[in-house]
Ligand binder design. Structure first.
Ligand code: HSE
Length: 431
């Protein structure tokens, strides 16, 4: 029973889908204990849903259900609004209305933050409320808290992570079972892992949204996805996974946020990447996420856990609710956000990496020499070369690894490479 002497904090949910139901269920279960620890009563007041008649795993009274998100956003009694509906139109309107009324917003919506972060945080400052967003990146891993609080003493040279469980699941099964992308993506769809807008997962945009949030927390600058190198996993072939394996790597869809120590400029990218098997992130498989953060004070720390799903995401949302309740109880903000920092970006052409390149070429005299000459003309130094017959025997796979070079040199070389090599298909090239 609620203790009538305690401060009451009313919570409203916008969206009662998989994550919303998880939040409702676990908060109901733990609210007495959490309330005791916080010295407040946490009261789940209302949830906005699309279809009140839908079967749900949690039971709400008629008075607790509305079909109008604004009925939650504008409810004067509700102090914490949890936006869990997704999308960037109605969700944005509801979040802005809540913030303009001085409420605190908890959201798992990475696309919303990536596309409208500066406007939303300005609205929070103007209204006197806050935005909490632990569930927006890496699901149940408390990576936002790590950057905001735990590692606040650091400047970050490199953050890299596996941030999309669906892509990681597909790549893991391709590697283990030797089946192609199309076969495995079908299973991922059946299991409900792939977002309704498949491009978000498969073309890397979901990872890019999360990367933008990490970059902002680490460096104080929002990087638009158009300023990142973003490539998904649709073109990753079994040949590439197998060759990467023979070279001692696994292919992962890796988000990278890096600060160039010489210029202080930063860049962000999302690309299939060869990760050395000896690096802990190479062994983050299936739907799991993993993030490695290198700071100048702490060195490298690594975080692994479930990046999606009802319970993992609910765990992060409830952690935000607890932080929000603490701030409301104490009348302040416990963990400040980064200050805006107009740091410049490295252009995509300037980004420096070693590359893996696989070409399917005509197996005839002089082709290897021509490819090597082209790389030399582009000032790219080759580290190793391997060749193996392709299926039709008249062709061969040529696998090159390079020393560090720039994105521009590699892009120029790839554009011209079809000519000398008589390439049968587009080359694969991954950092
Ligand atoms: N589609 C996302 C993923 C959901 O697969 O990781 C969690 O953000």
């Amino acid at each position: 029973m609620p203790n009538s002497n305690k401060t009451k904090i009313h919570i409203g949910l916008i969206g009662l889908g998989v994550v919303g139901q998880g939040v409702w269920k676990h908060l109901q279960k733990h609210k007495t204990d959490l309330g005791r620890r916080l010295g407040v009563d946490l009261i789940l007041k209302k949830a906005a849903v699309k279809d009140p008649a839908r079967e749900r795993s949690v039971k709400l009274s008629d008075a607790q259900i509305t079909t109008d998100p604004m009925a939650v956003a504008k409810d004067p009694e509700i102090q914490i609004v949890c936006e869990l509906m997704g999308g960037t139109t109605v969700a944005k309107e509801a979040v802005l209305v809540a913030l303009q009324s001085g409420k605190t917003v908890v959201t798992a919506n990475k696309a919303l933050l990536c596309d409208h972060g500066p406007e939303l945080f300005a609205a929070a400052r103007a209204g006197g409320g806050q935005i909490f967003f632990e569930a927006s990146v890496a699901g149940g891993i408390p990576i936002i808290k790590v950057l905001r609080e735990g590692l606040v003493a650091n400047r970050f040279s490199t953050i890299c992570g596996i941030l999309n469980g669906t892509c990681n699941y597909i790549l893991t099964r391709m590697e283990r079972e030797g089946q192609g992308f199309e076969a495995i993506v079908g299973d991922a769809r059946k299991l409900g892992y792939v977002e309704a807008d498949e491009s978000l997962d498969l073309d890397g945009w979901d990872t890019a949204h999360k990367t933008a949030i990490l970059a902002w927390l680490a460096h104080g600058r929002w990087i638009a996805t158009k300023d990142m190198a973003v490539e998904g996993i649709r073109d990753v072939t079994l040949h590439d996974i197998e060759w990467a394996g023979k070279l001692g790597f696994k292919i992962k869809l890796l988000a990278v946020v890096q600060r160039d120590s010489a210029s202080g400029r930063i860049f962000a990218s999302v690309q299939p990447t060869l990760v050395p098997r000896s690096f802990v992130l190479a062994n983050v498989d299936e739907v799991f996420n993993g993030v490695s953060i290198t700071g100048d004070v702490v060195g490298t720390t690594v975080y692994i856990g479930r990046g999606a799903g009802q319970d993992a995401t609910a765990s992060s949302v409830i952690s935000d609710i607890v932080d929000a309740a603490l701030d409301l109880r104490n009348g302040g903000c416990q963990s400040p956000l980064p200050t805006d920092n107009p740091v410049d970006l490295l252009t995509l052409d300037e980004i420096r990496n070693c590359y893996y390149v696989r070409l399917e070429v005509k197996d005839k005299p002089g082709v290897l020499a021509e490819v090597a000459t082209l790389f030399a003309q582009k000032d790219i130094s080759i580290e190793s070369v391997l060749q193996t017959p392709a299926c039709d025997k008249r062709s061969a796979h040529l696998i090159l690894t390079t020393h560090i070079t720039t994105g521009k040199r590699m892009a120029d070389a790839l554009q011209e490479i079809a000519r000398p090599s008589g390439a049968r298909q587009n080359p694969s090239a991954y950092p």
